[in-house]
Design a binder for this molecule. Structure first.
Ligand code: TYC
Length: 102
């Protein structure tokens, strides 16, 4: 039986309907004990913000209670959270870091 080409059309339509992968916001939370300098360092080292942007974000967290530090695919966001929490615990700070669907 000759191919009528219908299969290809269906395959193309399915391809177009595939959703982009969900992205996740990595959010730092405020606390009363973590030094501001430590948070600025975390924002530079783990999220690649320059000192000006890092300071701005740190102050936003300090005033608003939280701020988005970066947006990533799921695996990268999860690794960021783990790395930040490990660095904070190692330094003896209670800094909290979470991820949420953007
Ligand atoms: N509130 C902290 C202080 O006054 C500073 C701080 C900023 C802590 C951001 C956590 O995610 C944070 N030392």
């Amino acid at each position: 039986k000759p191919d009528d080409g219908q299969g290809d059309v269906v395959a193309e339509r399915q391809e177009q309907r595939v959703e982009p992968p969900p992205v996740y916001q990595v959010v730092l939370l405020n606390d009363d004990y973590t030094p501001m300098e430590f948070v600025v360092m975390v924002l530079q080292q783990h999220f690649h913000h320059d000192i000006e942007a890092a300071t701005h974000i740190m102050l936003k967290i300090h005033h608003d209670g939280h701020a988005v530090c970066g947006v990533y695919i799921k695996d990268v966001a999860a690794t960021k959270v783990e790395m930040v929490l490990a660095a904070a615990r190692r330094a003896g700070h209670p800094l909290q870091c979470i991820m949420e669907v953007a």
